[in-house]
Design a protein around this ligand. Structure first.
Ligand code: SF4
Length: 374
């Protein structure tokens, strides 16, 4: 399209023809930070050449902005939003889903007699999309399935609950989750990985000149993300500066849409429960998670609060990749006695207490030289 319409990088950055694409790119970027539903499906009519130009080049402009930010959290969040958009499109595009699926994995399609196709459900949310049956049932190889399923939460994605026969996984139609929706969910993970991988590669190619020209939109997305992160942290009051880096990182990653592994999630919930943070605040920590579901998260958080799980120690957090510090990064974490995040919190609280006492106005009696010596 760039060759056909003679569109250069300068045109994309500043040309009048690309102004609508830049506007749409800003919407894509804002959606990626603010919307749970991912990037809005379409900014125009993609059945016209102009609409296709806007849609395609807005993606590339948004990617330039993300790459110029050199912020991998932003990249992860944007990749997540674009992949979610693709998932929505694939569920409703039963004509093209097979071709697109086969660019990532090998799938087999089987029509189910007696089911009526429902297409063109523009305006429906993801839940109703997943429920809609299009008469198709998909099968894929076990290797393709297990490559992706650990990244998806929910019991239906665990192997013992799957319908497997001779190395083939059948994505059966459920009343609330159609086979096509399951396939689209699996493809979302592949698309997200692709967008992230390409983004990382492109980051290395950003020149100083390009970064300067994109400084304004980069500032806009950075500020939005910072605002989102501080909103999540502020939910639980002012004491967050007592938290250890592992807890801050989990909260910041989740609010930035970066996936936190199961061990990290359990750690965060058990820390919140131990610190007696309100249960609702703990649920809010997970709101930005790529797979957030209010009902499931509330249930799981309630379970952790009810059973009073003890948060894991530093050793286990390090082994499970949930400790973000390296030697020299944090004075407290470097201490040989620091083997549990709760010790970190106690130490910061004691230090604060000592500082408050030192700043408190002194009793006149204590100020006499004799008393001071005693
Ligand atoms: S050393 Fe312990 S307290 Fe510090 S960040 Fe790592 S896991 Fe958390």
């Amino acid at each position: 399209m760039a060759a056909k319409h003679n569109i250069s990088l300068d045109d994309l950055l500043e040309g009048a023809l690309m102004e609508p694409a830049r506007k749409r790119a800003r919407i894509r970027l804002v959606d990626s930070i603010q919307s749970k539903e991912g990037v809005e499906l379409s900014g125009g009519d993609i059945h016209t050449e102009e609409g296709r130009l806007i849609e395609a080049f807005s993606f590339y402009y948004a990617r330039l902005v993300i790459c110029a930010s050199e912020d991998e959290r932003l990249l992860a969040r944007w990749a997540q939003a674009e992949a979610t958009r693709a998932e929505h499109l694939l569920i409703r595009d039963s004509q093209n889903v097979l071709n697109i699926a086969n660019t990532y994995i090998s799938v087999l399609e089987q029509s189910q007699p007696g089911r009526s196709a429902q297409r063109g459900m523009i305006g429906t949310d993801i839940q109703s999309l997943r429920q809609s049956q299009d008469g198709l049932e998909w099968k894929l190889g076990l290797a393709d399935f297990i490559e992706v399923c650990p990244r998806i939460t929910g019991n239906r994605w665990r192997l013992p609950n799957c319908d497997i026969d001779s190395g083939i996984v059948r994505l059966h139609n459920e009343q609330k989750y159609s086979s096509t929706a399951k396939l689209a969910r699996l493809l979302r993970e592949h698309i997200k990985s692709d967008v992230e991988r390409e983004g990382i590669a492109k980051m290395a190619e950003v020149t100083t000149d390009l970064a300067v020209r994109l400084a304004e939109p980069v500032g806009m997305v950075r500020n939005l993300l910072a605002q989102k992160t501080s909103d999540a942290i502020a939910l639980v009051g002012a004491e967050e500066d007592d938290w250890p880096p592992c807890m801050r990182k989990a909260v910041a990653d989740l609010s930035a849409g970066v996936n936190v592994n199961h061990f990290g999630r359990l750690f965060l919930a058990s820390m919140a429960s131990t610190l007696a943070l309100p249960q609702e605040s703990c649920v809010e920590f997970f709101r930005g998670a790529p797979d957030f579901d209010q009902g499931t998260t509330s249930y799981q958080v309630a379970h952790v609060y009810q059973h009073g799980y003890t948060p894991s120690g530093c050793g286990k957090l390090k082994v499970n990749h949930n400790c973000p510090v390296l030697p020299g990064d944090d004075r407290l974490c470097d201490q040989p006695w620091l083997d549990h995040p709760l010790k970190y919190i106690r130490a910061t609280q004691r230090r604060k207490q000592r500082q408050q006492q030192a700043q408190a106005p002194k009793d006149p009696v204590e100020e006499t030289p004799n008393e001071a010596r005693v």
